[in-house]
Design a protein around this ligand. Structure first.
Ligand SMILES: NC(=O)c1ccc[n+]([C@@H]2O[C@H](COP(=O)([O-])OP(=O)(O)OC[C@H]3O[C@@H](n4cnc5c(N)ncnc54)[C@H](OP(=O)(O)O)[C@@H]3O)[C@@H](O)[C@H]2O)c1
Length: 269
C-alpha cells in the first residue's frame, strides 16, 4: 500500500510499529499480527513486500514511508494514522540507529542523526500518540530503549547517551501517567542479531562480532512485558538480564571501561 492508504473496516485492535523494515521492529510487527492486531508499519523504505506475509497472519496491514529524523516525517506519519480513523491500541516506538567509532573522528551529522531519530523522533511521536491515549484513557506504548541506556558508551558515545535519554523519558512518563490506564514499557535489549551493528559501522568490534540475541525472542519478551503492564524488560538472554542487574551497582567508570572494550574498533588498537 502507499501513503494514501484507504480507510479500513476491521474492528481488531490497531498497532503502529516504527522501524518495521527489519530486526526487532519486523518481529514486533509479526508478533502483534499473530496476537490479533491490525498494523500500520513504517520505515524509511517502502514496506509493500511485508504486507502479504503479515496479512497471512490475519492482519489488515497499512504501510507508510517516513524519515522519523525529521519533524515533517513524524507529523506525516501521525497524520496518516489519524486518516485511518482508528484509535491506536499499541504503539511500538522502535526505530533507532547507532554510530560506532570515536566521537572526535565521526562526522557530526552522523552523530546528530542518532539524536534526531532516537531522541527527537521518539519524543515527537510519543507526544502525538500519548495525547490521544491519555484523552481516551487507554493504550499501550512499547519504547525500544537498550541495556546501553545503563552505561556510558565509549566508541558509541552518542548512541548510549540517546538511549539513556529514552530510558529516563520512558520512566518519567510511567510516573506521570501512573493514575491513567495508559501503559508504557521500556524494552531493553542487549546485543541482538539485526542489521544494527553493520549500519552503525560496528562489525569490527567485540560487541558486533560477539554473541547476539534472536530478535524474535527480544520482541516476544517485549510484547509479553507490555501486555502484562510491566515497566521494563531486559531482553532476552541471561547476559543482558545480568547486565541490567549489575549496572545498578557497578561504578560508572567500570561500566564505561566494559563498553569501551566491547565497542572499540579493532583498528583503534
Ligand atoms: N540490535 C541491537 O543490538 C539493539 C540493542 C538494543 C537496542 N536496540 C534498538 O532496537 C531498535 C531496533 O533496531 P534493530 O536492532 O532492529 O536494528 P535494524 O534492523 O537496523 O532496524 C532499525 C529500524 O529503524 C528504521 N530506521 C532507521 N532510520 C530511520 C529513519 N531515519 N526514519 C525511520 N525509520 C528509520 C529502519 O528502517 P529503514 O530500513 O527504512 O532505514 C529499521 O526498520 C533500535 O531503537 C535500536 O537502538 C538494538
Amino acid at each position: 500500500m502507499s501513503n494514501d492508504t484507504p480507510a479500513p473496516t476491521s474492528d481488531r485492535p490497531f498497532a503502529l510499529v516504527t522501524g518495521a523494515s527489519s530486526g526487532i521492529g519486523l518481529e514486533l510487527a509479526r508478533q502483534l499480527a499473530g496476537r490479533g492486531h491490525d498494523l500500520l508499519i513504517t520505515a524509511e523504505v517502502p514496506l509493500d513486500d511485508r504486507v502479504e506475509e503479515l496479512a497471512a497472519l490475519g492482519a489488515e496491514v497499512h504501510t507508510f514511508v517516513a524519515d522519523l529524523r525529521t519533524g515533517t516525517g513524524v507529523e506525516s506519519l501521525y497524520a496518516a494514522t489519524v486518516a485511518l480513523g482508528r484509535p491506536l491500541a499499541v504503539v511500538a516506538l522502535n526505530a533507532g540507529i547507532g554510530r560506532g567509532g570515536a566521537f572526535v573522528d565521526n562526522s557530526l551529522d552522523d552523530e546528530l542523526d542518532v539524536i534526531r531519530l532516537n531522541v527527537l523522533g521518539t519524543v515527537h511521536l510519543a507526544k502525538l500518540v500519548l495525547d490521544d491515549m491519555v484523552l481516551a484513557n487507554t493504550g499501550r506504548v512499547l519504547v525500544t530503549s537498550s541495556i546501553a541506556s545503563e552505561l556510558p558508551g565509549p566508541f558509541m558515545t552518542v548512541y548510549n547517551a540517546s538511549k539513556s535519554f529514552v530510558q529516563s523519558f520512558t520512566e518519567a512518563l510511567q510516573s506521570e501517567l501512573a493514575e491513567t490506564d495508559v501503559v508504557i514499557t521500556a524494552l531493553m535489549p542487549g546485543p541482538t542479531d539485526t542489521a544494527f551493528f553493520a549500519r552503525a559501522g560496528m562489525d569490527d568490534t567485540l560487541m558486533g562480532e560477539g554473541p547476539q540475541d534472536d530478535p524474535a525472542e527480544v520482541a516476544r519478551q517485549g510484547l509479553d512485558a507490555l501486555m502484562a503492564g510491566k515497566a521494563k524488560v531486559a531482553a532476552s538472554s541471561p547476559g543482558p538480564k545480568a547486565s541490567a542487574l549489575v549496572a545498578g551497582v557497578l561504578p560508572d567508570k567500570v561500566k564505561a571501561l566494559l563498553n569501551k572494550v566491547a565497542a572499540k574498533p579493532r583498528d583503534e588498537g
